[in-house]
Structure formats: C-alpha cells, structure tokens
Design a binder for this molecule. Structure first.
Ligand code: NAD
Ligand code: DAU
Length: 354
C-alpha cells in the first residue's frame, strides 16, 4: 500500500487526480497539500472529504518545515511518510504570469526545488516500496510549433512566457536531481486539459461561463492559434501510469491528438450551448476579437508515441463526448462557477478548516 503526497490537489487537474486515484486505489493513503490560492477550491473535493484514506493539509510547497513534518510523520502520527509524490502545485495561467511573474518563480521554481530537496532528504535507496517523484509539467516548455510538426520528448526547451519559463526551470531542476542525486523522478509534459472544475479564466470554462452570462467572448488576435485538447481524466490516467510504471529520469509527453484553432473551438461551444439553452440568437454574436497575448505561442501539438509504446497509455475519451460532458457539468454547476469567481468558496474553507 502506498502513501502518496499530492501537491496542488485542490486545483483543476489535481482535484480530478485525487478523486481518480482514491477510487482506483481504495487502500492507498493520499495526502493533499495545497495552499488554496485563488485556483484551489475545497468544494472540488467535497465528494471525498470524509474518505478515511484522504488527508488535507493547508500549506505551501515553499514551507520547508511543513514539508519536513509531513515526511517525518509529525502532522498526524497515524500517517506514514509518502513514498510517492505527484507534484501538481503551480501558478498555471499564462496571462497572470505576464502581469506578474513573481508568484510563478516562487511556487513553480523555488517551491519545486524545496520539494525536491525534502524528498531527497527522506527517501533512501533501500526503500522496500517504489519511490517516485512525478513532476507534472506542460508542453508549453517546448515553445511554439509552426504550422506542421509535433513536439517529441527530444525537442529543445524553448519557453516563451514567464509561466512556461518557470515550468521549464522546474523541469531542469527535476532532471538535475536525477543526474546528480539519482532521485527517482519522472516528468510528464501534457497538452491543454479541459473538463470539470477548471477555473473559468482558462479558454473553455471562460467561454462557457460568458455564454451563460451573455458576456463578450474574448478571442486573442485572430483566433487562429492552435491547442491540442485532452480530457482531464485521460491526463489523470496517464499520470497514474507514469508514477506506477514509468522509468526514472524519463520524460513522457501526453496529448490527445486533437488540434483545434481557438476560434473553431469557441464556435463549437456556442453551437452546443445554443442548442442546450434554446437560444434564439447565436452566441457567436458575443465573439469579441481583442488585443493578442504578448508572445502568444502559435501552435502546440503533442506526439504521445513514447507513452503509448512504452507504458501502454492512450486517451479514452473522444473530444465530441468530452466537450459535451464538460459543458453539461458547468451548466449543472453554476453555483460552483459563481463561487470560484466571487471567492465565496473561501467561506467554506474558513468554516471547515480554521
Ligand atoms: P490550477 O491553477 O487549477 O491549480 C493549481 C493548484 O496549486 C491550486 O489548487 C493552488 O491552490 C495550488 N497551489 C498554488 N501554489 C501553491 C503552493 N505554493 N503550495 C501549494 N499549493 C499551491 O492548475 P492546473 O490547471 O490544475 O494545473 C496543475 C499542474 O498541471 C500545473 O503544474 C500545471 O503546470 C500543469 N499542467 C496544466 C495543464 C492544463 O491544461 N491546465 C496542462 C499541462 C500541465
Ligand atoms: O498547453 C498546456 C497549458 O495549457 C498549461 O500548461 C497551462 O497551465 C494552461 O493554462 C494552458 O495554457 P494556454 O495558454 O494554452 O491556455 P488558455 O486557456 O489560457 O488559452 C488557450 C488559448 O486560448 C490560447 O491560445 C489563448 C487563447 N485565449 C485564452 C483566453 C483566456 C483567448 O483567445 N481568449 C481568452 O480569453
């Protein structure tokens, strides 16, 4: 039985992963360390908050003493020290990194270094259980593609935004800890995720939320930038495969082979939502072309052959079904949308955890 430390487990992908993992491994223990920034929300985890094998700790990956306490089993003496770490915690939004890169450097770079050092202090090479530090990274570290070609794991790292530069820095630290200290690390680089619980600052939930509220749909530049979309639960399955079966020191790309221009995806969401809401006028009338994102990467597209051939992972959800399920989830969870955008959910945290 494993004890897995998940960092950032109250965010979008992290909360999906926590629920996926506890459902798949009901005998394992999962510790979720999250600092509950604007992007972390305990509502996301309400379904499992009473699961006896789930333990939430409010705190930052930059807090060295807190991390040491977790590994020294001083937080709850009944908990064993983690033998697995799935590291999601990060500042994740490109536009915010353009406005202020400081928290990105602090959490994504310094926080990762502090976490790596803690793990290095406590994991021994004679451990009977598998030790693995899974670093959840992004295809954005590769920079931008032109109209053709795919990112492979051998592509050069060429980040273009402060966010992707901070993630690339953390990838390099993870690599260095493998080479220098033989730490059992694995890095995954995934394309754009979509699905339930994504904070509505990211393209897909932002567009859904704005259509619900009949607000303008901002399209950067001409809307011709391309992203490769993957349903979040397919990402979770790939991460589970990597942490359990992946080879230490390796990088695995994860992607859905599902490229869309931004404008096409926005028009698709308009069409599906207009049918569902019975709108008489098309929501495409809300489309508003706005000033482009500085340094906007033209195209991301993943070659996921390595993880398919070596670990047997492939996406299971089709985009056609995944996008409809995602839209349905946001339509059914409008209270969640209101709470995360207003900060209301923090009252829930105060009530339960302070
Ligand atoms: P998110 O912004 O939704 O969640 C981030 C979580 O980290 C939040 O719960 C937040 O409270 C927590 N956090 C932030 N700073 C922290 C700190 N110092 N200590 C502890 N917790 C902290 O992000 P996401 O979209 O779920 O992304 C999760 C990870 O996956 C990130 O590392 C991101 O780079 C990576 N990733 C995301 C995507 C995507 O499409 N969203 C794709 C590939 C990789
Ligand atoms: O590729 C993986 C990355 O995907 C992750 O590492 C990041 O954490 C995640 O945020 C995401 O980054 P993007 O910048 O690709 O995602 P975002 O949803 O912000 O934007 C998607 C595309 O839509 C991008 O080309 C910019 C465009 N866009 C975005 C917003 C928010 C718009 O045109 N209008 C918008 O309002």
């Amino acid at each position: 039985m494993n004890t897995i430390l998940v960092t950032g487990g109250a965010g979008f992908i992290g909360s999906n992963f926590v629920k996926y993992y506890l459902n798949k491994y009901p005998s394992d223990t999962l510790i979720n360390l999250d600092d509950l920034t604007y992007a972390g929300n305990l509502e996301n985890l309400k379904d499992i908050e009473n699961n006896a094998n789930y333990h939430f700790i409010k705190g930052s990956i930059c807090d060295k003493e807190l991390l040491r306490k977790i590994f020294k089993t001083e937080i709850k003496t009944t908990l064993e020290a983690p033998n697995l770490v799935a590291h999601f915690a990060a500042e994740s939004h490109v536009d915010r990194s353009i406005k202020d890169s400081s928290p990105f450097i602090q959490t994504n770079v310094v926080g990762t270094q502090i976490l790596l050092d803690t793990v290095r202090e406590f994991w021994s090479t004679t451990s009977k259980k598998r030790n693995c530090f899974l670093h959840v990274s992004t295809d954005e570290v590769y920079g931008s593609l032109g109209k053709t070609g795919l990112f492979t794991e051998n592509n050069q790292i060429k980040p273009n935004s402060p966010y992707s530069a901070s993630k690339a820095s953390s990838d390099l630290l993870v690599r260095a800890y493998y080479k220098t200290f033989n730490l059992p690390v694995i890095t995954t680089r995934c394309s754009n995720n979509y699905g339930p619980y994504q904070f509505p600052e990211k393209l897909i939930p932002l567009i859904i939320n704005n259509i619900i509220n009949k607000k303008p749909l901002p399209i950067y530049g001409q809307g011709l930038n391309i992203r490769d979309w993957l349903f979040v639960l397919d990402h979770c399955a790939a991460l589970d495969t990597a942490i359990k079966q992946g080879k230490f020191g390796e990088v695995y790309n994860i992607g859905g082979n599902n490229e869309w221009t931004n404008i096409d995806i926005v028009k698709l969401i308009c069409k599906i939502m207009d049918e569902k809401l019975g709108n008489k006028t098309s929501s495409t009338q809300l489309i508003n072309y706005v000033t482009d994102r500085p340094g906007h990467d033209l195209r991301y597209a993943i070659d996921a052959t390595k993880i398919k051939n070596e670990l047997g992972w492939e996406p299971e959800h089709t985009f056609e079904k995944g996008i409809v399920a995602t839209i349905d989830w946001y339509l059914e969870n409008q209270v969640w949308l209101q709470e995360v955008t207003s900060g209301e959910y923090q009252k829930y945290y105060n009530k339960h955890y302070l």
